[in-house]
Design a protein around this ligand. Structure first.
Ligand code: AMP
Ligand code: ZN
Length: 475
């Protein structure tokens, strides 16, 4: 499976070839944990998940690193406005750390409900201040900085390729002064590497540094943490398109200023999810969360299905009728898989695939490998499931294989069919044992839970533990 990815750096589809054969280092900008993620943010993380699952399907040993921003992100990405974390903490009457912990947990609960696999490394900005300071010192030693008004700034004129990612022109940049620009900046697009008291007198989180007691600018965390876990040059960096002109542009400038090396080779950006009313914004309030959808009667996976129905580089318009369409389609998918499971008569994991089933899988891989074309990949899944010439056991096995990337819990759906077919008394007995085991696990009585698993296994039943509970089927 040879991947082609659209690289925002250069704006063209490129054949993907990692720095080290067989391995991929991948960094995705994570959430700023001052509020719940809105469903637009979640589009970014589902995109990262599809990318990371596709890389693994293509046989790469991928390391996916994601940061959690718990300090230093101002309401304006260009250093303007208030600190998002401090503002949220003040509004809610809690400490910044309490806010960070609460919304970090909420974020991972949401992504788990969407079957977004947890990144291999999740790193918090506040736990990497030393790495950021060390990186800023390198940037300073290489002559890219100046101090003004107590802050340390990055001087973009010292970095000739500044703005390449966004196709920004240096002359336009110099001319494009903004009204509310920080008077300490020599150039409106210079950005802060380290703030001291000059910005906010009462900043809750501050650290000692060579430039005074203060806190880092927002962009530096991504450079410092990605390099720490993936090396000074790595393969893929992902995020939403809003990050191209400022955040990612600044990340590139400061990283390459520090190391003198090319930093990231492939830049992957997802387009926005928009509401009929326009852009969704966390800072401005009035946004939809995953819980909003759940409260309205949708399963989180309906939203995942809705997202995968659009290509990540196309703007996607959210509406409830469109989400209803996704919900119905996903329900039909589950029905189809259950019907096939019945027809196949139990689990057939080892069944060899014939030419037709293999053909659908090949098309699926081809579509995914062409810049993660999930709408076409979904169509391949449907083609497979509707093709009456593919024996049910083969269709199931191929569908489960595809589901390794799509993430719709199809095996669980099929397992539901197996349970429906059981003798009710036997099924009730297994259900009771499964419930007893869940209770033992909850009470952290793992010895009992393991013993119950063995009892269940001895009855010829295999268990599968998932985010929303345990399912069972005949082994
Ligand atoms: P933030 O927590 O604001 O830093 O945003 C988290 C991620 O969501 C970033 O990758 C953003 O680019 C992305 N993002 C923000 N709004 C949207 C949206 N409406 N649609 C898709 N992605 C978005
Ligand atoms: Zn970032």
């Amino acid at each position: 499976m040879q991947l082609s990815l659209f690289n925002s750096l250069g704006r063209k589809l490129e054949t993907f070839a990692p720095l080290v054969p067989g391995k991929v280092g991948f960094y995705g900008c994570g959430p700023t944990v001052y509020n719940f993620a809105h469903i637009g943010n979640l589009r970014a993380y589902v995109t990262h998940d599809i990318l990371s699952r596709t890389l693994r399907r293509a046989g790469y040993a991928a390391t996916y690193v994601m940061n959690v921003t718990d300090v230093g992100h101002l309401t304006g990405d260009d250093d303007s406005g208030d600190d998002k974390m401090v503002k949220s903490a003040a509004e809610r009457g809690q400490s910044v750390l309490e806010i960070a912990r609460y919304y970090t947990d909420a974020f991972f609960a949401d992504t788990e409900r969407l079957n977004v696999r947890k990144p291999d490394v999740v790193c918090k900005a506040t736990e990497h201040i030393g790495d950021m300071i060390a990186l800023i010192e390198r940037i300073e030693a290489n002559g890219f900085t100046y101090s003004a008004g107590g802050n340390l700034y990055f001087d973009i004129t010292k970095f000739p390729s500044y703005g390449e990612l966004a196709n920004l022109n240096m002359d336009d940049l110099k001319a494009g002064a903004r009204i509310d620009v920080d008077p300490n900046k020599r150039n409106p697009h210079d950005f802060v590497l380290w703030f001291t008291k000059s910005k906010f007198e009462n900043q809750a989180l501050v650290w000692d540094s060579p430039w005074g007691r203060g806190y880092p600018g927002w962009h530096i965390e991504c450079s410092a943490m990605s390099m720490k876990y993936l090396g000074e040059s790595f393969d893929i960096h992902a995020g939403g398109i809003d990050h191209i002109p400022i955040h990612h542009t600044n990340e590139i400038a400061q990283s390459e200023a520090a190391t003198g090396k090319k930093w990231v080779r492939y830049w992957i950006h997802n387009e926005f999810l928009v509401l009929d009313r326009g852009k969704m914004s966390k800072s401005k309030g009035g946004f939809l969360t995953l819980q909003t959808l759940v409260d309205a009667g949708y399963d989180p996976l309906d939203y995942r299905y809705f997202l995968l129905g659009g290509h990540y580089r196309s703007q996607l318009q959210f509406s409830y009728p469109a989400l209803d369409g996704a919900k119905n389609a996903r329900r039909s998918l589950a029905d189809r898989v259950r019907a096939l499971a019945k027809a196949a008569g139990g689990a057939q994991a080892a069944v060899p695939l014939g030419d037709k089933a293999r053909g659908y899988l090949a098309a699926f891989d081809e579509h995914l490998s062409q810049d993660l074309n999930t709408p076409r990949a979904l169509a391949d899944l449907w083609g497979l499931l509707k093709d009456t010439e593919v024996p049910p056991a083969e269709a199931l096995r191929a569908a489960f294989d595809m589901d390794g990337v799509l993430g719709f819990d199809l095996e669980k759906e099929a397992g539901g069919a197996a349970q429906e077919d059981e003798d009710p008394a036997f099924a009730a007995e297994i259900d009771a044992l499964v419930a007893e085991r869940a209770a033992a696990k909850k009470a952290r009585d793992f010895a009992k839970a393991d013993a119950l698993r063995d009892t269940i296994k001895a009855k010829g039943i295999a268990l599968e533990d998932g985010p929303s509970g345990t399912t069972w089927r005949r082994a």
